[in-house]
Design a protein around this ligand. Sequence first.
Ligand SMILES: NC(=O)c1ccc[n+]([C@@H]2O[C@H](COP(=O)([O-])OP(=O)(O)OC[C@H]3O[C@@H](n4cnc5c(N)ncnc54)[C@H](OP(=O)(O)O)[C@@H]3O)[C@@H](O)[C@H]2O)c1
Length: 422
Amino acid sequence: MRIGICGLGTVGSGLFNLLESNRAEIERKVGRDIILSQVGCRRDHPDCDLSSTNVTRDIFEVANNPDVDVLVELIGGTDVAKDLVMQAISNGKHIVTANKALIALHGDEVFSAAEQAGVSVHYEAAVAGGIPIVKSIREGLAGNTIEWVAGIINGTTNFILTEMSREGSNRSFDDVLSEAQALGYAEADPTFDVEGIDAAHKLTILAAIAFGVPLNFSAMYTEGISAISADDIKFADELGYCIKHLGIARQSGDGLELRVHPTLVEKDQMLAQVNGVMNAVMVGSDAAGSTMYYGAGAGAGPTASSVMADIIDIARGGKLPDLGFVSLAPTGILAIEKIRCSYYLRLGVVDQAGVMANVSTILSRHRVSIEALIQKDARRGDAQIVILTDEVLESEMLDAISEIESNEAVTSKVSMIRVSNL
Ligand SMILES: NC(=O)c1ccc[n+]([C@@H]2O[C@H](COP(=O)([O-])OP(=O)(O)OC[C@H]3O[C@@H](n4cnc5c(N)ncnc54)[C@H](OP(=O)(O)O)[C@@H]3O)[C@@H](O)[C@H]2O)c1
């Protein structure tokens, strides 16, 4: 089987070298030769010996090359990548990609073109790098009805929250973000990661393969971690929780919840133990129960491992439905205001008698009951109140918050973080 690689950056170079080092073992698994016909890249990569490789600076040459059966798209982005993939499909080539944005935003179009051309599109590396989560849900758990999927699916945000949570750390988001950038864990423009967009792309794909619904990026509720403060981390810890940035897709009676946001997770839960840049996805299903998948969500080797698994699948033959379901169900996506969960609230108040009673009255008027409460001593005239609520409808919670914020004894915006209910 003849492959062409487009893009020779982190993942492309990892794939090139993995093919070099494991070729004999891989060919023993598939019973065919795997030939690297061509590499399309704008520049050579210092880690790759390209001396005996057919290299072109024009990636579209790979898409048009009759000696390529499988095009491996590793350039990233959505514009050129989509044109490249569509061109290759129209030329009858199978596609392997690590590009979550391409699949989350244009997957329907790409899959339908592939269907018509009789080729397949594989994207294991697009979600959680080296963790084979697409195969685990789509194939390993195929006999189950999936109830929920919850994952730490962005290493940058997990690194930042982990560092902010280190004992005695008391570091701000901005301080740790600078360190993550210096270590190469965060981009110069970190928006995609820290504002949750990257995680939302991945959750879009996970939800589609778990629930057999269309790719639905625009319906996703997305919130990043930039508003999380050192105080939030500290108070959550006092209440027995840590803060993780989770992607959650959950089938509730009223519809499908699709949400990416910071979440309080009880310290003894497995997802709370996932630290640094590591990723993990938990799946709740009716027959297998809860299963968890943990590993490196990025990096040359781990991501190349998943890309190679897709290449091996194609070499072995056979075609699965792209999202694992022959027909997709048009499930209603639940608006975030309609979800029910518990909430962590933090607010500044003037340090005077009666304020707590006022806040409690407002909460009970909106049917929000308090499970735990911490009141912190006055600092510079203000006190901080931290509240953990029982489960309540989000719209009620938001109404209560806007009434609390309009109270003259309240000196800050209310910081609200959802609590895991899985
Ligand atoms: N890095 C990871 O750990 C990881 C994990 C999971 C998924 N992914 C996904 O894998 C894909 C690749 O990521 P990466 O980290 O390997 O990115 P990267 O290091 O930036 O590599 C991308 C490569 O593609 C090249 N490229 C871009 N546009 C091109 C064009 N028009 N013609 C020729 N070459 C072009 C770039 O060349 P220049 O250097 O000249 O710009 C670069 O060498 C992305 O979709 C990403 O989301 C990455």
